[in-house]
Design a protein around this ligand. Structure first.
Ligand SMILES: [Zn+2]
Length: 557
């Protein structure tokens, strides 16, 4: 027998088998019982929560030959719906049929009597994808539909539906399915399949599925095909590269307490075990979002990722949460161009720990970055670093480097430096000066672009990290971009521009994010920098989830 995915094999065939959505089921059942069928329904809700399944079940109940409201699953009508061959139940995916013509065709067919049943039922999935003119064509039909026609419109994005349509439909909101219902459903299926399992494995899958029945079952499919007939927590852990919500909340609190060492240790150990870094990044955004929503509303029904008890463990205040979310969303975009996904994640987290509360800011914006909670001891340990001279020079000559001298000499080659130089710059970082530079950073970039557009794009991809000793230190995660800036011609142009813009001939020193991060760790902990192997581009590019797209939209205004 051909293998059938759990989601299809165990698709509910009656209202009573539906996982979650109790309110929707009760209302639909009642409408049939009291003979209050309207001509148009709108099923709204997140993906994978059973909107299409519910539409088919409703169609079944309306047309069952053993009586309206029944779902006998034996009569010709029920069987035809199960097989997807019912002549009076038409399913349309608006995502692929969004033109006016296809809607016109549909509307033309509306006036014909049903062939074998009481009702002609049109299920239009992803209805928000219809064009405006298609919407308008549909609207005309909704105004005066034949008595035997029922429309069921389904959408994940009700806010995109025209108000004129909304006013003509009865709306049902599908909610994400709670974890226990998902677990109960998976439990039932595995027992029928004679597969033994550890409870914790189902818990993990349930939290990964984010309230979607479809997701939970497709993850379960994968897990079972990996584990065979005994599903363990370890299997799920290995297969999906997981970090539990408890671990994630622990991480959030370590970040909040600025326990740099422990944060790095925790994420490093999870990374070594193979967790999916981008998923973790998304999970953190989701948890911060939950915490923010709860701190503002105190409404536990609005939580999506965690439960109230878990959310209460997060100590950050609303404004910090808000900033964390914004910063994580911004840094998430850079994975596309990151040479090393893990290094980029580490750096993003370090940024969170050092940013100020008022607005998102990169590392080293504080005047005294060492004076963070719990770090004072380390300040003393790093004392010896402070006394070293800054040795960045054009030719790697180990001597003092002053802005004044720069004005007298021209850069001849690229800036050569070592990790001690960077540590020294960190030590000397001047906040006031950086703020001044930052206020005219755009102007510098524009002037640079007017002279050399190609290199200017490279500079635009860099982040200004600190200003010290006549040096503007910027970082990028692409070596190619760094090389475009750190060469004779770019340096000469930039220095001239800087002289015009800031009245000071700054050097712009571009270094790798990774290198900066390593130096920063060393700066904080006093341990020596280990030189890492060159970063390799893994070409990792992950599809974004709905929730992050939502935030991206928010961020873009
Ligand atoms: Zn039937």
């Amino acid at each position: 027998m051909a293998y059938q995915a759990f989601y299809n094999k165990y698709r509910p065939q009656t209202f009573d088998e539906v996982v979650g959505q109790k309110a929707v089921v009760a209302t639909l059942k009642n409408a049939i019982k009291e003979n209050k069928i309207v001509h148009a329904y709108l099923f709204c809700g997140p993906r994978g929560t059973g909107k299409t399944t519910m539409a088919r079940l409703f169609a079944k109940a309306l047309n069952c030959q053993n009586g309206i409201g029944k779902q006998c699953n034996n009569c010709d009508s029920c069987q035809a719906i199960i097989k997807g061959e019912h002549p009076d139940v038409v399913e349309i995916d608006a995502a692929s049929n969004s033109t006016v013509d296809s809607v016109r065709q549909l509307i033309d067919s509306v006036s014909y009597q049903p062939i074998m049943s009481r009702y002609k039922i049109y299920i239009i999935d992803e209805v928000h994808n219809m064009s405006n003119s298609a919407f308008n064509a549909l609207l005309k039909t909704l105004e005066e539909p034949p008595s035997f026609v029922v429309f069921i419109l389904a959408t994940t994005e009700p806010q995109k539906i025209l108000p004129t349509i909304l006013s003509r439909v009865q709306r049902f909101d599908f909610s994400k399915v709670v974890k226990n219902d998902l677990i109960f459903n998976m439990d039932r299926i595995l027992k029928k399949e004679n597969i033994s399992f550890e409870e914790g494995a189902l818990e993990l899958i349930a939290s990964l599925s984010d309230g979607g029945v479809r997701d939970s079952l497709s993850l379960l499919d994968q897990a079972v095909s990996y584990s065979g007939d005994n599903l363990t927590v370890h299997d799920v852990d290995t297969l999906f590269g997981l970090m539990s919500i408890e671990d994630e909340i622990h991480l959030i609190n370590l970040i909040s307490d600025k326990k740099t060492d422990e944060v790095i240790k925790l994420i490093k150990s999870k990374y070594d075990k193979g967790i999916d870094i981008i998923r973790l990044h998304n999970d953190l955004i989701a948890l911060y979002k939950d915490a923010l929503i709860y701190s503002v509303t105190k409404d536990s029904s609005l939580l999506e990722k965690a439960n109230v008890e878990q959310i209460k463990l997060i100590k950050d205040d609303a404004s910090t949460l808000n900033n964390r979310i914004k910063e994580l969303i911004v840094s998430k975009r850079d994975y596309r161009s990151a040479d090393n996904v893990f290094a980029h994640f580490e750096l993003s987290i370090l940024d969170l720990m050092t940013s100020e509360n008022a607005h998102p800011t990169p590392i080293l914006q504080k005047e005294r970055p060492l004076e963070v909670a719990g770090m004072n001891k380390r300040v003393q340990e790093t004392e010896q670093l402070k006394t070293k001279p800054v040795v960045i020079t054009k030719t790697n000559i180990k001597k003092g480097f002053e802005a004044k001298k720069v004005e007298e000499t021209k850069t001849e080659d690229k800036i050569v430096y070592n990790s001690d130089d960077i540590l020294n710059l960190m030590e000397q970082a001047d906040r006031e000066e950086r703020l001044k530079v930052e206020s005219k950073w755009g102007l510098l970039q524009n002037l640079f672009a007017s002279k050399t557009a190609y290199e200017a794009r490279a500079l635009a991809s860099c982040k200004l990290r600190l200003v010290a000793k006549g040096i503007l230190l910027v970082t990028s995660n692409m070596m190619s971009e760094i090389n475009k800036i750190n060469n004779k011609s770019s340096q000469t142009i930039l220095m001239d521009i800087a002289k015009d813009v800031f009245d000071k001939a700054y050097h712009v020193l571009p270094i790798a994010d990774r290198e900066f991060k390593d130096c920063y760790m060393s700066y904080k902990t006093g341990k020596k920098v280990e030189m890492k192997e060159p970063n390799i581009d893994f070409g990792d590019e992950k599809k974004e989830t709905n929730s992050t797209q939502f935030f991206d939209e928010l961020m873009n205004g």
